[in-house]
Design a protein around this ligand. Structure first.
Ligand code: NDP
Length: 322
């Protein structure tokens, strides 16, 4: 038997139950991974509440790091004992899990399991947002919401490393200090009039890209912060989904571009997964980006971790320990 958090009905954090489940066996093309650490991500909340749909019962979680303990038929390039990590398929809130072997990435020796579990999903997201969705250039000034969060702290550091000036948005002074310490040049705290602040900071030029993970509450302020031909990247719904958008708004506000990207699309091909992970490992190993594991919880206490995340009481990344 193995232990896993299972959800039998969507709802609040209390629907997550710590249960015995049969130890899975890897089928063809699959690997069994013994987790050393599991990543906590906001998307886990969306699957728990039912905002994102999945058949029940559900083992939540889409990120982990550990050791390969068995391989199914036909797996090449991996061996029992390899240190691996992943971001992707549901089922991570478990002491061990089966996963398609082509979703696993081997961990370089210098990257610890907890760091890996903290960064695969949030760090690869930062990579595609900054390098592919909109390719940040030296000299760009960019707007980043939840700048002290998991994705946020990585975005701040990586964007600065690329030569950009980051305007971060956070809810408290403590988070502002953290965002500044990780590369944000300007930080907007609380309910500031964001477009007016962006106008002041940029001398009226506004920004070429907004990375908005908040969704409903900030969508219009984000559009109003963009320069003509700017790119609105709506990549999360921490305040609720944006819903239907009248596209004539994009014309009226300056021929804007709007995208709703997801990591799954950007890493669907194996070669993209490898390139994205390699880029991330590079900036982490060089020290340009530091992964902040600011909270750890026992995996069995995942409900407590969800309460902290939804209550905006976490900063940086959070790891669940089996
Ligand atoms: P965070 O650590 O950023 O936590 C969420 C943060 O959002 C909070 O700390 C809070 O920061 C801010 N926030 C603003 N409004 C609310 C609200 N009403 N309720 C709760 N939080 C709020 O989480 P992650 O780093 O895990 O994820 C960040 C976002 O990125 C999420 O929206 C997630 O869905 C998205 N994401 C999208 C991906 C994609 O590919 N599309 C991949 C990975 C993540 P503050 O208090 O400073 O406002």
């Amino acid at each position: 038997m193995t232990k896993a958090i299972r959800i039998h009905a969507n709802g609040g954090p209390e629907v997550m139950r710590w249960e015995d489940v049969p130890t899975p066996e890897p089928g063809p093309g699959e690997a069994l991974v013994h987790h050393e650490a599991v990543g906590l991500n906001y998307i886990d909340v969306y699957f728990r509440t039912g905002l994102y749909k999945s058949p029940l019962p559900l083992v939540p979680g889409q990120e982990g790091a550990g050791t390969v303990t068995a391989l199914g038929e036909g797996v090449t390039g991996l061996a029992v004992g390899d240190r691996v990590a992943y971001a992707g398929p549901l089922g991570a809130y478990a002491t061990e899990r089966v996963i398609a072997a082509d979703r696993l990435v081997k961990l370089p020796d210098g990257i610890a399991f907890q760091t890996a579990a903290a960064m695969m999903l949030q760090g690869m997201t930062a990579q595609y947002l900054l390098r592919r969705t909109y390719r940040v250039q030296p000299g760009d000034t960019i707007l980043v919401y939840a700048a002290a969060g998991g994705v946020g702290l990585i975005l701040c550091q990586w964007a600065k490393h690329l030569g950009a000036t980051v305007i971060g948005v956070v809810s408290t002074e403590e988070k502002a200090a953290l965002a500044r310490a990780h590369g944000a040049a300007h930080v907007l705290v609380g309910k500031a009039d964001i477009p007016a602040e962006v106008k002041r900071i940029t001398g009226g030029a506004m920004v070429p890209v907004v990375y908005d993970s908040i969704g409903r509450d900030t969508f219009m302020a984000s559009l109003d912060s963009l320069a003509p031909l700017g790119m609105m990247v709506s990549y999360g719904n921490a305040s609720g989904p944006v819903g239907a958008v009248d596209i004539s708004l994009l014309g009226a506000k300056g021929s804007l571009f709007l995208t709703r990207p997801s990591l799954a699309t950007y890493t669907a091909k194996r070669r993209d997964l490898e390139a994205t992970a390699a880029d991330l490992f590079g900036v982490v190993q060089s020290g340009a980006v530091q992964i902040r594991v600011n909270q750890t919880f026992s995996l069995r206490d995942a409900a407590e971790a969800h309460r902290a995340l939804e209550g905006r009481r976490t900063t940086g990344s959070t790891v669940l320990l089996p």
